[in-house]
Design a protein around this ligand. Structure first.
Ligand SMILES: Cc1cc2nc3c(=O)[nH]c(=O)nc-3n(C[C@H](O)[C@H](O)[C@H](O)COP(=O)(O)OP(=O)(O)OC[C@H]3O[C@@H](n4cnc5c(N)ncnc54)[C@H](O)[C@@H]3O)c2cc1C
Length: 474
């Protein structure tokens, strides 16, 4: 195969993964990143000398990462294996999280002695074992010989109950509270349970069965590992150069012009369209959710029984989804509280907490004194049974808000871009990585693959790269 010159736009997880694979296969790859950091949504910050990795907090479907490493090692003829170039260790957490809903609380998997234990065990028995099938779908195009039986096996569980909401409503034996706790995970696609496929009901059970993981050192170790693999494969990484236009065989950045046989964009779909010179209609677009994320170093540890990950649900999840769907502030939202004691995961000597408040993709600036954040921090403190407002534990902190996320991502700071059609909400459809009209332009990342999250964007990169390498080989 004659090596081609390829430009990848964006050094988030999908851009780095794609660049590594394509370069490993022997092509000349330049990766262009507009900002000053590696990782895109996964960004490492240092606050008061303590490390905190912002953006993604949990790694699920580890099999997708393992498949990426397997394919990386198979490509090319360099000697070193990925594990020698950039070792990474994933630490399993003992629970997915502790969930608080309407005065009830439970762990996932639900702990013995909890009133929801029996129904949870029944639910997990049906769904927890389907991780292999979902991983197959995440890493293979849905019309492939491997994916079809995996898809059929999954679909046979749901029958005609097409959406997460309808499927769970049909399980009369599942308590309402537990249904809501399972449903809240559709926010991993940035939308409500009536807008996602039934498959999303399976995901929390798989997460509980397979355990969720965090890389030792923090989630940003994933893009940093990918960066090392990319550089080893020969990728040239150009930082701080925003692409401002793309056309056939040409990328124009704020600094210069690049020629390439193939351009691969890992940028939001609408951002890519604008780079192509197309006008995009920004009114009446349904976006996925955004977030107000507070990263704080603690002056005092949280109470001893606080779990690593807590999920504080709104009293009325449907009202929250409706408000987010209209791009309005919900009365109460869904909040993650990620608590790392000094020395756990991060090499820190002080404990830290990340409070991630789900917010509409309104592109606005929020501080912890904004009415919305203030009310949610108060509610979270009360629901978790903290002796005082969580704010009073904070020392130095930083806030990332929809304004920050919109600075280099989707409109309004939507974490998963535009809300998709329901059949695009899971790995059961074939995303468009390239088109007949523009065979020189390929797309990877959250802009093409359903939902979002590390497994979805990594899996999307695997699928797209396989197709691209086949195309270049012809
Ligand atoms: C708060 C939060 C919590 C999350 N929690 C989880 C979680 O727990 N688990 C999980 O699996 N996933 C989680 N996710 C989702 C996960 O982070 C994303 O799905 C994933 O990181 C997306 O990677 P990407 O490469 O597709 O996109 P991005 O990370 O958005 O990368 C795109 C890159 O393109 C660059 N760029 C943009 N415009 C230009 C331009 N014009 N020129 C050059 N470069 C440009 C950007 O700077 C960026 O580096 C979370 C996300 C957020 C924000």
């Amino acid at each position: 195969m004659k090596p081609k010159s390829i430009i990848v736009l964006g050094a988030g997880i999908s851009g780095l993964a794609t660049a590594s694979l394509v370069a490993k296969a022997g092509h000349h790859v330049t990766l262009i990143e507009g900002s000053s950091w590696i990782g895109g949504k996964s960004k490492r910050i240092i606050v008061d000398g303590q490390r905190m990795d912002t953006g993604p907090a949990l790694v699920t479907f580890l099999g997708v990462w393992e498949e990426f490493i397997r394919r990386y090692d198979l490509l090319g003829n360099q000697n070193k294996k990925a594990i020698e170039i950039a070792p990474i260790t994933f630490e399993p957490l003992s629970e997915v999280g502790e969930y608080f809903y309407k005065g009830e609380k439970c762990l996932l998997p639900v702990e013995k002695g909890n009133k929801w234990y029996e129904p949870w065990v029944r639910f997990e028995k049906i769904h927890g074992k389907l991780g292999k099938e979902i991983t197959t779908l995440l890493t293979n195009t849905s019309i492939s010989l491997k994916a079809i039986p995996a898809g059929n096996k999954l679909i046979s569980n749901y029958g005609i109950r097409f959406t997460t909401k309808r499927y769970l409503n049909g399980l009369k034996w599942l308590p309402e509270g537990l249904k809501e706790i399972i449903s809240i995970h559709t926010l991993n696609a940035g939308v409500g349970p009536e807008k996602t496929l039934a498959l999303f009901a399976t995901i929390p059970a798989v997460m509980a069965t397979q355990q969720v993981r965090v890389p030792v050192g923090g989630v940003n170790e994933i893009p940093l590992t990918l960066e090392k693999l990319a550089r080893y494969a020969g990728v040239e990484i150009v930082m701080n150069e925003k692409a401002i236009a793309i056309s056939k065989n040409k990328v124009t950045t704020e600094v210069r012009e690049y020629q390439a046989d193939i351009i691969i964009s890992s940028l939001d779909a609408k951002v890519t369209q604008r780079l192509l010179g197309k006008t995009t209609n920004e009114t009446n677009r349904k976006m996925s959710c955004s977030g107000v994320a507070i990263y704080a170093v603690l002056d005092e540890d949280l109470p001893i029984n606080t779990k690593t990950h807590s999920v504080i649900m709104p009293e009325d999840p449907a009202a929250m989804h409706t408000a987010l769907g209209k791009n309005q502030l919900p009365k109460e939202s869904m909040v993650f509280v990620n608590y790392y004691q000094a020395g756990h995961i991060y090499p820190n000597n002080k404990s830290t907490v990340a409070v991630l408040i789900t917010a509409p993709a309104d592109g606005k600036h929020y501080s912890i004194e904004s009415d919305f954040a203030k009310a949610e921090l108060e509610r979270v403190s009360k629901v978790m049974g903290l002796p005082k407002n969580i704010k009073e534990y904070f020392g130095a902190f930083e806030v990332l808000d929809p304004e920050y996320f919109s600075g280099w991502g989707a409109t309004g700071g939507a974490l998963y871009g535009e809300a998709r059609k329901i059949w695009q909400s899971g790995p059961l459809h074939t995303p468009k990585h390239s088109s007949f009209l523009r065979p020189w332009l390929w797309r990877v990342g959250a802009s093409t693959h359903p939902g979002g999250g590390i497994p979805a964007v990594l899996g999307g990169s695997l699928i797209a790269t396989k197709k691209l390498l086949r195309h270049l080989g012809k």
